[in-house]
Design a protein around this ligand. Structure first.
Ligand code: NAD
Length: 253
């Protein structure tokens, strides 16, 4: 890799929540950041914040579960921003329901965004990483991978991502690429707000009940996850691969 190569990071689902915090943090770490989400215009606020702080960022509209959309998005990042050397597979959706009531379409949607999306994105960026002999792939799993009532689809996808991560670590390690998963616990975002709404409890009440069982006695913030991503994306983490880091304020299980 020449010293002039612009090191780009792609963060999927980066218009808000954990992805937005991660995009901003990776910009502080010196990466040019592709802020990727379903709708390019939804990325504007994060892109402006990064550029106003002196960083480099590009908003990209793409659906991670769509092969053609992913291919064009990654090529666009490589042409317009820099070589994609960090990929954070963060885009996510929930379609919670008890398994006996879960529709096949809610099963498929969750599998497609989390698993197919992470596969398509990783396959598209590995070419740049293997050429550069350096890369970092970080997949967002969840404590739900250990099992969670009402989340058969999501738990399966998040557990699947851990197996996917380990395999990428084995296949890509010799090219200087590490692959790790981060499994957050309860993080305050629109996703957890939606869960509170679904079960019909005010968000504060829902959060406070969850916090009762969190060892450090507080809920997680998107920045807690962004900090872990920054660590795993750094040069210093080059001997950590195939791991799942639970970031949940206590023992995961
Ligand atoms: P969020 O709902 O606030 O944000 C998710 C983002 O992903 C949204 O901006 C959405 O538009 C985008 N997205 C959804 N489908 C997409 C697609 N097909 N293509 C591109 N973008 C898409 O969620 P969050 O809480 O910030 O969660 C981020 C990640 O962390 C998710 O993978 C989630 O499963 C995981 N996670 C969250 C928590 C939590 O407590 N919030 C806990 C564990 C894991």
């Amino acid at each position: 890799m020449s010293s002039e190569t612009v090191r780009a990071a792609i963060v999927t689902g980066a218009a808000r929540g954990i992805g937005a915090a991660t995009a901003k943090r990776l910009a502080v770490e010196g990466f040019a950041v592709a802020v990727l989400d379903l709708d390019e215009s939804s990325c504007e606020a994060v892109v402006s914040e990064i550029t106003a702080a002196g960083g480099s960022a590009l908003g990209v509209g793409a659906d991670v579960s769509d092969e053609q959309s992913v291919q064009s998005a990654v090529e666009h990042v490589a042409d317009a921003l820099g070589t994609p050397l960090v990929l954070v597979n963060n885009a996510g959706v929930i379609r919670d329901n008890m398994m006996y009531k879960m529709s096949s379409s809610d099963w498929d949607t969750v599998m497609n965004v989390h698993l197919r999306g992470s596969f398509l994105m990783s396959r598209a960026v590995q070419k740049y990483m293997t050429e550069a002999k350096w890369g970092r792939i970080i997949n967002l799993s969840s404590t739900s991978a250990l099992g969670n009532r009402g989340q058969a689809n999501y738990a399966a996808a998040k557990a699947g991502l851990q197996g996917f991560t380990k395999t990428l670590a084995i296949e890509l390690g010799r090219f200087g690429i590490t692959a790790n998963a981060i499994a957050p616990g309860f993080i305050e975002t629109e996703m957890t707000q939606a869960t509170a709404e679904r079960i019909g409890v005010p968000f504060e009440e829902f959060r406070d009940a969850v916090v009762e069982n969190i060892a450090v006695g507080r809920s997680g913030k998107p920045e807690d996850i962004a900090n872990s991503v920054a660590f795993l994306a750094g040069d210093g983490a080059g001997f950590i691969s195939g791991q799942t880091l639970y970031v949940s304020g206590g023992p995961a299980a």
